[in-house]
Each structure stands twice: as structure tokens, then as C-alpha cells.
Design a protein around this ligand. Structure first.
Ligand SMILES: [Cu+2]
Length: 156
């Protein structure tokens, strides 16, 4: 009898450990890991894209990215064209609900892409990874490079 109780207790411990691990890895996502009240949301649906592709906000507003896909994605700023600040952004947006939030305090544009599903060409334009890591569909296409742009308007 007592031999049967040990695996049961172990299973409960392992399950509890897995839940705590999942919650803590979510809490690490992003600037602060929180969805910001009133933030404009950019969603990764169950596809390799940001929706909407382009958003316009006012100075002082937050953007919260939410990954509803079952794959991890990333947010990487294209600093060659970034005039809105937050230079050098290169963060993972964890699968299954991971979030990342940024508050923009300068007017300008913030082009970004996912380094798993896009890369920059010689002119700093996002392009699909192609044969160097892209996933080819039945028609031979490598898909649209996963990228987006935030335009920030208003007073500096
Ligand atoms: Cu991606």
C-alpha cells in the first residue's frame, strides 16, 4: 500500500513544479511581462505574422504584443530606420500567450521584425529567410517576412 502512495505524491509534485515553471517563464516575458491597461495590442495569431501590420499611436502610449501562436516569436527593432526610440530591441515573445510591452515617448517610426521568420537584406529591408532556414510551402514560396511598424505621432 505505502509503495503506491509515493508515485502519486511524486506526480503531484511534478505537476505543481510544471505549473510554477510555466507561470514564471511567462512572467519573464517582455519589458515587465504585463499587458498594459489601455495599450494598443498587436497580436500574433496562429500564424507567422503581426496583426495589425501597422499601428499608429500617440506619444506616451503603450504597445503590448501578445503571442497567441503555438511557436515562439521575436520582436527585433530595425534600427536603420527606427526614429521612435527603444533602439536595440531584441526580445523573445513566448508561445501561448507571451506578452511584451513598450511605451513610446518620442514621435517617429519603429520598424521591427521577427528574427525567426524574417531577416534583413543589404538595404535593411525585411525579407523571408528563404533557403537559409525558411519553410517552403507546396508552391515553393517562403512566405511573407514577419515584420511590422509602429508610427508614433504627437509632441516630443
Ligand atoms: Cu516569428
Amino acid at each position: 500500500m505505502s509503495k503506491l502512495k509515493v508515485p502519486g505524491a511524486l506526480l503531484i509534485l511534478l505537476t505543481a513544479g510544471a505549473i510554477v515553471f510555466t507561470m514564471s517563464s511567462r512572467a519573464r516575458a517582455g519589458d515587465n511581462g504585463n499587458r498594459k491597461p489601455g495599450a494598443v495590442q498587436v497580436i500574433v495569431p496562429d500564424e507567422d505574422r503581426f496583426s495589425p501590420f501597422a499601428v499608429t499611436i500617440r506619444v506616451g502610449q503603450w504597445i503590448t504584443w501578445v503571442n497567441n501562436d503555438t511557436d515562439d516569436h521575436t520582436i527585433v527593432s530595425d534600427d536603420a530606420f527606427n526614429t521612435a526610440g527603444h533602439r536595440g530591441v531584441n526580445v523573445t515573445l513566448p508561445a501561448n500567450g507571451g506578452t511584451y510591452s513598450l511605451r513610446f515617448v518620442h514621435p517617429g517610426v519603429f520598424p521591427y521584425y521577427c528574427r525567426f521568420h524574417a531577416m534583413l537584406d543589404d538595404h535593411n529591408q525585411p525579407k523571408a529567410p528563404g533557403p537559409d532556414g525558411g519553410i517552403q510551402d507546396a508552391n515553393g514560396n517562403y512566405g511573407t517576412p514577419m515584420s511590422g511598424v509602429v508610427t508614433v505621432v504627437g509632441e516630443d
